[in-house]
Structures are given as structure tokens and as C-alpha cells.
Design a binder for this molecule. Structure first.
Ligand code: NAI
Ligand SMILES: O=C(O)C1=N[C@H](C(=O)O)C[C@H](O)C1
Length: 240
């Protein structure tokens, strides 16, 4: 496949190496300082764009590719208020858009475990629930996209929990899941969910040891998305 990398930072580089090792060709590696290369690209030869840039650049990158009819696999976090616009563009241009806050298989199993545990805890009113995420200090957004997906799983599963807030937010209430974001190098991504009561605590966690799981997931999804149309997620890709 011919792959366009939109964003060539920590993730773009690992994705590029992995894609080449699987026999793919990288058509261009686009960063903030070489966006003019997009003008010279043969768009018809690109099978998929993989977009890992930064919150304030994601929408522009994604909409550029979708308007050219190029399927997009995006992992950038911190820009999702604009996803309805991307979904409309995807339909209007008859192409495909795939978003995941986390591409690793392990985290997607963890998402399911989180929902299952939330279901078990729905009537256990003596437990409070909280979330902690730990990432490297270069991360631009907080909380992480993964933490937001986890919080949404808890909100779906426990009726008394209605929203999420940063743990230091003055608007936090008993109906909120508090999220604590810590920035410690070189943490690639750790997420912890805690249910605490006077009697005992229950804790589940996922710790990424490197970025390889995120990158492999993005490449596998890119291979899978060829010839597909519409808005796609990890639930479409994974069989569990
Ligand atoms: N969904 C997932 O599984 C994962 C998501 N992420 C997310 O992916 C994003 C990228 O992460 P990293 O590679 O670690 O960040 P990074 O900071 O190492 O790289 C971001 C790159 O985007 C480039 N960029 C900035 N503006 C641009 C523009 N207008 N056009 C094209 N490129 C532009 C920068 O030059 C930089 O090289 C972040 O939002 C992060 O949260 C990271 C890991 C896994
Ligand atoms: O910025 C990162 O590094 C990561 N971002 C994603 C997120 O915000 O959840 C996924 C992963 O945790 C690494």
C-alpha cells in the first residue's frame, strides 16, 4: 500500500518503520514545516493517510485528506469537538474515516474490562470511582483521549455517575468521575481506574511499555480499511 503520514513525530516515525517492514511504501512524511509537499502529491496513488499530529492540527489534516477522497486513520487526541464535521465530510466525499483514542489491542481489551466492571459496580453506592492517567511530559492534551474513553465507559455503566472532570476542577460533584493527569517521562501511557470504599479498594490498570502497540494497531487498521467506506471504529475492526 501507499501510505501518507500526516504528522511525523514520535508516533509517525514508529508507524512509518513498521509499515515499511510490512512491505508498504511511505508516499510522504508530513510535519508542520513541510506541508507544502502535499501540493505535489499524486493523491490518486495514496491508499490511506495515517494521521498522528497534534490537537490543533488534526482537523485541518484530516479534512484535507478526506476532501481528496483519501481514507484516513487518525489517532490524534484532544480535537474531538470537531468530529461531527469530519463525519459529514466523510459522507459527502464517499470515503472512510477511522478514529481510535487508543489503537493498542491491550487497551481495547481494557476498555471492555472497564465497562464490565462498571456494570458490576452500578449498585455499589459505597464505592467512589476515580481515574488516573500518566504520560510523558511532551503530551499536549489532558486528560488523555484514552482516559476520556474510559470515563465514558464508566458513565455508560453507572447511572449515578454523570460526567467526568479533572480532579482539581472546582465544579466537580459527587456525580463526576475525577481524572488526575500526571506527566512523568518516559511514560508511554498508563491508565488506572480505582473504586474505593471504607472497607476495600478495587483497582484495574493498563500500562504500555512502549509505543509499539499503538503503532501496530494503526498499521493493521490501515491494511484493513482499504476499499471500506464510512465512519469506522475499533469495534468494527476487532472481533471481540
Ligand atoms: N490513538 C492512539 O493510539 C495514540 C494517540 N496518540 C496521539 O497522537 C498524537 C501524536 O502523538 P506523538 O507522535 O507522540 O506527538 P509528537 O509531538 O511526537 O508528534 C506530532 C507531530 O505532528 C506534527 N505537526 C504539528 N502540526 C502539524 C500540521 N499542521 N501538519 C502536519 N503535522 C503537524 C509535529 O511537527 C510533530 O512532528 C497526539 O495527539 C497523541 O495524543 C499517541 C499515541 C497513541
Ligand atoms: O500522547 C500519547 O502519548 C498518547 N496518547 C493517547 C491518549 O491521549 O490516550 C494514547 C496513548 O495513551 C498515548
Amino acid at each position: 500500500m501507499n501510505i501518507l503520514l500526516l504528522g511525523y513525530g514520535k508516533m509517525g516515525k514508529i508507524i512509518g518503520e513498521l509499515a515499511e517492514s510490512r512491505g508498504h511504501h511511505i508516499a510522504a512524511k508530513i510535519n508542520i514545516d513541510n506541508r507544502q509537499e502535499l501540493e505535489n502529491l499524486d493523491k490518486d496513488s495514496i491508499d490511506v493517510a495515517i494521521e498522528f499530529s497534534q490537537p490543533d492540527a488534526a482537523f485541518e489534516n484530516i479534512s484535507w485528506a478526506i476532501k481528496k477522497g483519501i481514507p484516513v486513520v487518525s489517532g490524534t487526541t484532544g480535537w474531538l469537538d470537531r468530529i461531527p464535521e469530519v463525519e459529514k465530510l466523510t459522507q459527502d466525499n464517499d470515503t472512510a474515516f477511522f478514529y481510535a483514542s487508543n489503537f493498542s489491542v491491550g487497551v481495547n481489551i481494557f476498555f471492555k474490562v472497564n465497562k464490565f466492571l462498571a456494570g458490576l459496580m452500578q449498585d455499589q453506592k459505597d464505592y467512589s470511582v476515580s481515574l488516573e492517567e500518566i504520560h510523558h511530559t511532551e503530551k499536549k492534551d489532558a486528560p488523555s483521549g484514552t482516559a476520556i474513553t474510559l470515563a465514558e465507559g464508566i458513565i455508560d455503566g453507572i447511572p449515578r455517575v454523570q460526567n467526568w472532570k479533572m480532579s482539581d476542577d472546582s465544579d466537580i460533584t459527587e456525580q463526576s468521575v475525577p481524572i488526575t493527569s500526571k506527566r512523568i517521562d518516559p511514560a508511554p501511557g498508563t491508565h488506572i481506574i480505582r473504586y474505593q470504599s471504607e472497607i476495600d479498594d478495587i483497582e484495574i490498570s493498563h500500562t504500555a511499555h512502549s509505543r509499539k502497540g499503538f503503532a501496530l494497531g494503526a498499521v493493521l487498521v490501515s491494511e484493513w480499511i482499504k476499499n471500506k467506506k464510512g465512519i469506522l471504529t475499533m469495534d468494527d475492526f476487532l472481533s471481540f
